[in-house]
Design a protein around this ligand. Structure first.
Ligand code: LLP
Length: 427
């Protein structure tokens, strides 16, 4: 938890945020181990009473130390590439708790997954089914599968992260589901284990989940009438979180409990799989950044604060217009007199390079530290070296200790994989 002490110093658990800047520099991703564990238990607590598997969506944050924390709590993993399967196995996940979704699994990736005996493929097309069947046949193994069904439900979220509506590339269309299962049932190297749906991300209302589940339940009944057993129903991820402490009241936020209860009411005799990502990692992570320069725009009555984190480090504001609260690390108290309308922008050569726009913030000085909240999900995982900016350091706060879990990249990392066709330069 973040708290200011009586001297106005900001702490995460028992670690002073300004110490992190001093020891590891800025910008830096910071994670709270306690918050990750608490968030995971907000799902896992219910597994005492229900038959369920919680597969952490590792696309959210794939740092191996973070993955290892979740693996050691008994989580399974939701993966979308051979690389993610590699990371998860490497971080200690039990392969028979790894599920694998994605519309474009290549033959090599499928082979890699089969050789590692993962739990289940979430199959997204009949051509993919064919490739899995052939590859499993060559390896002399059986592949366990679910079909990912697109239930055609509007999850009411940003259009880029809608996945369960007709017209998106995901899953098998609702109307073709029965046929897909009948075909899969004839394949020699395929074992049908379940059904999967994932309708989108950052969903803050239970209704779309409920609607999708009811549609999927109808399909389950039809498939089972064909004497095909569906043992697992994978309800995907998607649970939204509260990004702004001010704009949404806590009552409106969907809880894991409500989601789990709703799904078990609909699928009471099944083992359910959940694939949470954001709701485990987002509010367990922060991006610590530092003010480099300030500019005033006199006519607009606004100022720019230029910080050392850019859209390459946190792309969510640029890509989705996402909102993240930004907190000055120095406590400015309740004196709002000098607060100014501020855009917090990065050093990248694009107008889309901003962390926050039109924020009311106190007067800031050069070298002041700012903390961007809810940055633990799809922050570091989506970062790049655009503008040849090395990847950031990542640290884990565990009670009063501070542990480096990724070294800051350096300039030579930027070119380390490049093949240098050196030409003589004629002066
Ligand atoms: N399962 C599947 C099949 C998924 O595609 C995803 C996320 C999840 C689970 C986890 O969903 P979550 O619980 O995190 O909502 N980069 C975007 C979000 C992309 C979500 C992609 N799929 C963002 O920063 O908002």
């Amino acid at each position: 938890m973040l708290v200011f002490d009586k001297n106005g110093e900001l702490f995460l658990e028992h670690v002073k945020i300004s110490d992190i800047a001093e020891f590891y520099g800025t910008s830096t991703y910071i994670y709270s181990k306690k918050k990750i564990i608490d968030n995971f238990y907000s799902y896992k607590n219910y597994s005492k009473f229900k038959k369920m598997i919680i597969c952490f969506a590792c696309k959210t944050n794939s740092n191996r130390s973070i993955l290892n924390i979740l693996a050691s709590l008994g989580a399974g993993a939701d993966t979308t590439s051979g690389g993610e399967i590699y990371r998860c196995i490497n971080a200690g996940f039990n392969p028979n708790k790894i599920v694998y979704a994605g519309v474009g699994k290549t033959k090599d990736e499928i082979e890699y997954a089969l050789k590692n005996n993962i739990f289940m493929f979430n199959v997204e097309s009949l051509e993919e089914l064919e490739t899995i069947d052939n590859t499993a046949g060559k390896l002399g193994v059986k592949a366990r599968i679910s079909f990912r069904i697109n239930p055609d439900v509007d999850p009411d979220t940003h259009s880029y992260i809608v996945t369960g509506k007709k017209g998106t590339k995901f899953g098998i269309p609702y109307e073709e589901a029965e046929n897909a299962y009948l075909i899969a049932n004839t394949k020699k190297n395929i074992k049908i284990a379940g059904i999967h749906f994932h309708i989108g991300s950052q969903i803050t209302n239970i209704k779309p989940f409920e609607l999708a589940a009811k549609k999927i339940k109808k399909i389950v009944d039809i498939i089972e009438k064909n004497k095909i057993k569906i043992s697992y129903v994978n309800c995907g991820g998607g649970l939204g979180i509260q990004y702004s402490k001010t704009s949404v009241s806590s009552e409106e936020i969907l809880t894991p409990k409500l989601l789990i209860d709703t799904m078990f009411t609909i699928f009471n005799d099944k083992t359910l799989i959940f694939e949470p990502g954001r709701s485990i990692m987002a509010n367990a992570g922060y991006l610590l950044t530092k003010v480099i320069y300030r500019k005033n725009i006199i006519n607009n009555n606004k100022r720019f604060i230029i910080v050392d984190a850019g859209m390459n480090d946190l792309i969510r504001p640029a890509l989705y217009g996402a909102y993240h609260d930004i907190i000055p690390v120095k406590n400015h108290g309740n004196n709002l007199k000098n607060n100014v309308l501020t855009d917090i922008v990065g050093p990248i050569c694009e107008n889309s390079d901003f962390i926050g726009k039109d924020r009311i913030l106190p007067v800031l000085s050069q070298n002041d530290l700012l903390l961007v909240t809810c940055a633990g999900a799809y922050g570091s995982a989506m970062s790049s070296t655009y503008n040849s900016r090395p990847l950031l350091a990542e640290v884990l706060v565990d009670n009063d200790s501070l542990i480096l879990i990724r070294k800051r990249g350096n300039y030579s990392d930027l070119t380390s994989n490049e093949i240098y066709l050196k030409k003589r330069i004629n002066k």
